[in-house]
Design a protein around this ligand. Structure first.
Ligand code: BGC
Length: 494
């Protein structure tokens, strides 16, 4: 078996042209990991006292909005198979495992007056077992599964959600802080606010393009900051952990060298990444976001800007609430100006406020519409985040390749991840970016939101047709295992 794996890896290294890869050793202390999220893997949607959450409701109420009418009702059944998942992680040799807590498994109504002991027990067992196996749990408190009760009072457009989130976070810090030393408050607010509250493409499926996205962004950064302060003031000194947020963004590359496209690309970065990162790492919304929305709102006849204003107190409360920068990224866009700030007045919308449009180069390797293999874009993004947000330590909390076939012989995934890790080394050694960890998405093929099970991102295949949800490591798993062991992408590193 070992010989077969070795020969496969050798053959792969020839196919992939290792000479293109950075041949430096990963720095001492660099952390390799793999990631998942509660709804995407756990299943057990209504077992042992768990409450209903947004995606249970969404997949059950609008089955046609999900490819093949799939749901996460069973998913990878990790609620029952978590020990096997940890065995896989152990054999892989990762330093950390990024996973999330299901808010409604812990607090069935979303509120702290009803804590589910089975939920506490489930996560405590996992975190404890990870520690026993020398794997650091990187725990996300919120990966899109909002308790339905909180959705019903307005979800991420209601500032009260920020209070409920902080109260939930306090329970998690108190119950799990002995084992968990790296906390992530919220996963990808951009995906939720754009997908869920503007484009109507993710739960809850709203097209509130004119204001919903901004309200959603406001409530997210406020919720994050409240949870951060709870940790900082009540737990940090006794638990000695760290806490941040995960922000996602593709790299925005100007479509041409024209000054207009260069400015458009920066505008895109501020409206996609800066809306969430700026309040937390620099204070307040990015200026261009404030200006564009104010100008357009006025021309559109609104009595005030459609962008919620932070008070000075809120700006100070939110600014500086991150111990590192958690970054998720999958692709790159070529950005050009779509409309000027005073053009196309009449339809209030985020897209027109942003004023840009994005395309891809058809030559970029890709198997699904939203992932393209553009490693140089990743390197530029790392450098940009590092310079723009005050030189934070960056942990890549998600990155990976999606394919439709789910093949075990996943050469394309190995190609993508090796090129991205190579770009990461370039950013570290050549550009001086303090990037301290990398987390592949995902450990397992899993419920890929509205794409159901039609897109696979796992380095371990899951057979969704078997009751056992049989797990089989793919070639990329063995390849990644070797990289972690050798801390090197090529045969011999310098
Ligand atoms: C999300 C994951 C998702 C992955 C691939 C990220 O946006 O955090 O939950 O599965 O992308 O789509």
């Amino acid at each position: 078996m070992k010989l077969v794996i070795f020969l496969t890896l050798f053959a792969l290294s020839q196919v992939l042209g290792e000479s293109d890869l950075n041949n430096r050793t990963f720095p001492d202390g660099f952390k390799f990991g793999a990631a998942t999220a509660s709804y995407q893997i756990e299943g057990a949607w209504n077992l042992d006292g768990k409450g209903v959450q947004l995606w249970d409701w969404y997949t059950h109420t609008y089955p046609d909005r999900i490819d093949e009418q799939d749901t996460g009702d069973v998913a990878c059944d990790s609620y029952h198979k978590w020990r096997e998942d940890i065995e896989l992680l152990k054999a892989l040799g990762v330093n950390h495992y990024r996973l999330s807590i299901s808010w409604s498994r812990l607090l069935p109504n979303g509120t702290v007056n009803n804590i589910n002991p089975k939920g506490i027990e489930y996560y405590k067992n996992i975190f404890k077992t990870l520690r026993e196996n020398n794997i650091e749990p990187l725990v996300t408190l919120y990966h899109w599964d909002l308790p339905i009760t909180l959705h019903e009072i307005g979800g991420w457009t209601n500032p009260l959600i920020a209070e409920y989130f902080a109260e939930y976070a306090r329970v998690c810090f108190r119950e799990f802080g002995e084992y968990v030393k790296t906390w992530i408050t919220i996963n990808e607010p951009q995906s939720t606010c754009w997908g869920g509250y503007a484009a109507g493409a993710k739960a809850p499926g709203y097209s509130l393009d004119w204001e919903g996205l901004y309200l959603c962004a406001y409530v997210h950064v406020l919720a994050h900051a409240k949870a951060y302060h709870v940790y900082d003031e009540e737990f940090r000194s006794s638990q000695n952990g760290r806490i941040s947020i995960v922000i996602d963004s593709p790299w925005a590359e100007p479509a041409s060298n024209s000054s207009v496209d260069i400015a458009a690309a920066q505008q895109e970065r501020e409206f996609v990444l800066g809306i969430y990162a700026n309040p937390i790492f620099r204070g307040n919304w990015p200026q261009i976001v404030i200006d564009n929305i104010a100008t357009r709102s006025k021309l559109e006849g609104f009595a005030r800007s459609r962008l919620p204003q932070f008070t000075q107190e809120e700006i100070d409360f939110i600014n500086g609430t991150a111990d590192f920068f958690g970054l998720n990224t999958y692709g790159t866009g070529l950005i050009t100006l779509q409309n000027k700030v005073d053009e196309d007045i009449g339809t209030p919308s985020y897209s027109l406020d942003k004023g840009t449009s994005s395309t891809v180069d058809p030559s970029w390797p890709s198997d699904v519409p939203w992932v393209h293999q553009v490693p140089w874009g990743f390197r530029k993004l790392l450098k940009y985040v590092y310079e723009q947000y005050g030189h934070p330590e960056i942990i890549v909390t998600e990155n990976g390749w999606a394919d439709k076939s789910g093949t075990l012989n996943d050469v394309d995934r190995i190609s993508y991840v090796s090129q991205y890790l190579s770009a990461l080394l370039d950013a570290y050694y050549e550009d001086g970016v303090n990037v301290a960890g990398y987390t592949v998405w995902s450990l397992l093929d899993n419920f890929e939101w509205t794409n159901g099970y039609t897109q696979k991102l796992g380095i371990v295949q899951v057979d969704f047709n078997s009751d056992n949800r049989t797990r089989t490591p793919k070639d990329s798993y063995h390849w990644y295992q070797k990289v972690i062991q050798t801390k090197c992408l090529v045969e011999n590193c310098v």
